[in-house]
Structure formats: C-alpha cells, structure tokens
Design a protein. Structure first.
Length: 244
C-alpha cells in the first residue's frame, strides 16, 4: 500500500492567483499499470497528486483542485469537464508508465498532438484512452470528441502554452533519475484535449522497471519529484500565466 503524504498546515488560498487542476491517473476499477512488485499505478498517482496539491497550496499563489482525492473511477471526459468547471489555468495528469521490457525507464512529459512523436507514444496514448472502456459505454453523455471535433477546436495557443509548461517541467527534472532520458513527447491523449487550458501528462517513471518502481514507492523520492513539478508549475505561471 502506497503511503499518503502527511498533512501539513495549509497556507491560505483565499488570494490565490491561479487554479491548477491535478488529475491522478486511473482509479477505482481501473488500476492502471501493475508493477513487477504488484504496485498499482492508481495508488502511485494518487499519492503523488495529493502531495503536489499540498506543495502548490503551500505557495499561497495557487488553488489546487484534484479530479479525485480517493480511489474512484472517472471517465476521461469527466476529468476534462471538472477542470473546465473549475476554470483551471493548468491541467496536469500524473501517471506511471509500463513497457514489455523491464529495462525501459525514465520520466516522460507529454502534450497533445494528433500525430504521435513515436510508435511507443501512440501505443501509450491508445492504452490510456482505452481506460474509458472499463466503465462501459455512457449513452447519457454526448461524446465531445466525436469525429475529432474537440481536437479541431483545440486552440493553437493552448498547444503552444502546453509546450512551454512541458519544457519548464523538463528543466526541473533533468537531474532526477531518468529525468533526461525521454524528454518532451507528443500523442493524442484524450485527457489532454481541453480546448482552453495548457495540459500536460507526466509519466513519472516505468512501474515495470524495478528501479523506477522502487523510486516511486519511496516517499522521499516522490517528494523530490513533486517539489520539482511544483517549482516548474509556479515558474510557468509567473512567466506565462494570466495576470490577475
């Protein structure tokens, strides 16, 4: 069982300038990837997301909002809509990667593109997008991505801003284990298709690699990684975020 971060005294966000939406990947009946030591991706992503929310709240500049704060299943479009309902300035989705080879490791930062940067990225996006199938068809909600409509709506400026955010993250994590291995990549992740906010997906390491799995299960390592993510988010918002 992944340990959740200890609660710290929260700084007031009454005067927060920005809202950051944090999406812990998977959850509930969707465990995500499963590590060689049986670590569940959904538990790693939740633990890291809760700690990232604490870090951002502690700045006093940011109001963090989570798509889930417990073990529950959400469809991808629900996650996007929750972020839009909160008028988030940034959307960041946290995941842990998996691969057939136990040698694959490292951190990747993804932004949206209708053309994947490589075959592996395309397969990963398909796997993540297929998570919606676990919950079965939802006939009560019109699919906003029908015929690629939402992707066509996605503003070029939002995609540019997503790239700036991805680069800010990569600068912060480059000295982390595997932080300089995989870089900025592109794929058609459904969860990144909000048309009105910069969106990134961070694969925090390969849960199928013994060293990455051990790191992600180590609270001190996760804290270090989350601190870098928080630092990148703040630096991006100070430079590019809406000034209120």
């Amino acid at each position: 069982m992944v340990k959740k971060p200890k609660k710290r005294k929260a700084a007031s966000t009454a005067k927060a300038k920005w809202t950051v939406f944090i999406d812990p990947g998977h959850g509930g009946k969707d465990p995500g990837a499963i590590g060689r030591s049986k670590t569940l991706e959904k538990e790693i992503t939740l633990a890291a997301s809760l700690e990232l929310a604490q870090q951002l709240r502690g700045t006093g500049l940011i109001r963090p909002v989570l798509s889930r704060s417990d073990d529950r299943y959400l469809k991808l479009r629900q996650r996007i809509q929750l972020a839009r309902d909160q008028e988030a300035d940034i959307f960041i989705s946290l995941h842990a990667d998996a691969a057939p080879s136990a040698k694959a490791r490292g951190i990747s930062v993804f932004t949206l593109s209708d053309t994947a940067s490589d075959k592996e990225a395309a397969l990963l996006a398909k796997k993540e997008n297929d998570a919606d199938l676990i919950g079965g068809p939802d006939l009560s909600v019109e699919d906003p991505d029908a015929a690629g409509e939402l992707l066509r709506m996605f503003q070029r400026e939002s995609m540019n801003q997503s790239t700036y955010l991805a680069n800010a993250i990569l600068r912060q994590i480059r000295d982390m284990p595997g932080g300089d291995r995989r870089g900025h990549r592109f794929a058609g992740f459904a969860v990144l298709k909000a048309p009105d906010m910069p969106s990134v997906l961070v694969e925090m390491g390969f849960i199928t690699n013994s060293q990455d799995e051990a790191n992600l299960n180590t609270p001190a390592y996760r804290t270090k990684l989350v601190e870098r993510l928080a630092r990148a988010i703040v630096s991006y918002l100070v430079e590019y975020g809406p000034q209120r």
